[in-house]
Design a protein around this ligand. Structure first.
Ligand SMILES: CC(C)(COP(=O)(O)OP(=O)(O)OC[C@H]1O[C@@H](n2cnc3c(N)ncnc32)[C@H](O)[C@@H]1OP(=O)(O)O)[C@@H](O)C(=O)NCCC(=O)NCCS
Length: 136
């Protein structure tokens, strides 16, 4: 059986999981700062092995943004991605102001859009603008 943990995901675990799917991860220093300022982290364990994570950044009142949804490749297709998204949406439901609408956003590669559509997400005509800003 899997264990679900809230707000315990460490920078080291984050980098480890990132590297199972996306190649070399970010620095430990940057990741520690990011974990500290993330409003909700969910991680899933099989025994003592971390097998999935997702996190949410945002302002709690109006906007929530889903980041870094990752299931270890050998554990994909078993419902763990669904579990992650349901945990994130439960967090929004538990923390948002009752009877108000809040925006929940994310950015997905085209082949992952059908996965997110299962939970009610849909693409609009807005384009994602991005740059790698060099901090001096
Ligand atoms: C995307 C990802 C999180 C999905 O996790 P998963 O554990 O494999 O997904 P689940 O098994 O929970 O699937 C849930 C449902 O989505 C469907 N699904 C999963 N991936 C899909 C895809 N790429 N396209 C269409 N449907 C998909 C499943 O068939 C399942 O459908 P069902 O509930 O109707 O049976 C996982 O593939 C992953 O970590 N990929 C690598 C990292 C990544 O790209 N993350 C997304 C960043 S935007």
């Amino acid at each position: 059986m899997y264990t679900i943990k809230h707000n315990e995901l460490s920078a080291e675990e984050f980098i480890l999981l990132w590297e199972t799917v996306w190649g070399p991860g970010p620095s430990l220093e940057q990741t520690r700062l990011a974990m500290e300022h993330t409003i909700f982290r969910v991680s899933v364990f099989d025994g003592d092995k971390i097998i999935a994570m997702a996190r949410m950044i945002g302002d709690m009142g109006l906007d929530y943004y889903i980041k870094d949804v990752i299931v270890r490749p050998e554990y994909q297709g078993k419902g763990i991605g669904r579990l992650l998204i349901e945990e994130l949406l439960k967090f929004v439901n538990d923390n948002g102001i009752c009877n108000t609408g809040v925006v929940v956003e994310l950015c997905a590669e085209p082949d992952k859009i059908p996965f997110y559509q299962k939970f009610g997400f849909d693409a609009n005509e807005a384009q994602r603008l991005k740059m790698m800003y060099q901090v001096k």
